[in-house]
Design a protein around this ligand. Structure first.
Ligand code: ATP
Length: 246
């Protein structure tokens, strides 16, 4: 059958070594070409889900106890991180984690390691077109850049792999509103112009619901609410607990 969704978490349960059940029975579907927001407060389990999807949970001593993660109708949750990147699943980690001692250009080259030299040159142009600021500063060391620039670089580095699905873990964290605007403009362009699928993890529910097509709200490892972004933004509980409207 034709895939209904690009990415699907089905009945996922994730337990950490310290016996914390971080994800209890979560099913999430991400349709191709859309932006899905994953919302919830600190410790709800958002990062844990992303790590499972990117194949980096084992290094953090957590285990997918049951359930499946499928991408293009294939089970992917036991694949190695680099294989997932080759298939098009790419994550921009929380806290950016650029290589501080390398220049912007060198950081981007690291991101393009799965690509041929010609492909990498192409991707680099695309990244610089999206983020002119990175082009201006391409020979500067990443560690000295502002938080916003580092976030742009982290996204740019992920884009070097030509992702099918881009997962962003809290892209607005710690940034000034104007910089967040800039970052979110680019996220919208990824969907609208580049037809990319985006899984957006945010504590900033307002920002996320403004841009997303669909959203899930996670509380202590469970999905407590899901719906179109419009419907979630109009929900009274969401307004009270996540949008700061009273
Ligand atoms: P945040 O916004 O703080 O990243 P989150 O919604 O992404 O929050 P997770 O980081 O996924 O939440 O954490 C979910 C639960 O799993 C929490 O109870 C957390 O303490 C626990 N946890 C996360 N990482 C680990 C780990 N490496 N070892 C043990 N427990 C962990």
């Amino acid at each position: 059958p034709a895939p209904e969704h690009l990415l699907e978490f089905r009945n996922i349960r994730i337990v950490y070594d310290n016996a914390i059940e971080a994800i209890r029975d979560v099913s999430i579907a991400v349709p191709e070409g859309g932006i899905v927001a994953l919302l919830g407060s600190n410790g709800a389990g958002k990062s844990t889900l992303l790590k499972a999807m990117s194949g980096i949970l084992y290094t953090e001593e957590g285990v997918v106890e049951s359930g499946t993660i499928s991408f293009r109708n294939e089970e992917v949750h036991r694949l190695a991180p680099d294989e997932l990147v080759r298939r098009g699943i790419v994550q921009v980690p929380e806290g950016r984690r650029v290589f501080p001692a390398l220049t912007i250009d060198e950081n981007l080259q690291m991101g393009g390691y799965t690509k041929t030299a010609a492909e990498a040159r192409d991707r680099r142009e695309t990244v610089f077109a999206l983020f002119p600021r990175l082009f201006e500063r391409r020979d500067q060391v990443a560690g000295y850049m502002s938080g916003g620039e580092q976030q742009m670089l982290a996204i740019g580095r992920a884009l070097m792999t030509d992702p099918v699905l881009l997962a962003l873990d809290e892209p607005s964290l710690g940034l000034a509103p104007l910089i967040i605007d800039r970052i979110y403009e680019v996220i919208a362009r990824l969907r609208d112009e580049m037809k990319m699928t985006v899984l957006l993890v945010e504590q900033n529910a307002q920002r996320a619901l403004d841009i997303a097509d669909y959203g899930y709200i996670l509380e202590t490892g469970r999905v407590v609410l899901d719906g179109t972004a419009k419907k979630l933004a109009a929900n009274e509980d969401v307004q009270e607990f996540y949008l700061g409207v009273s």
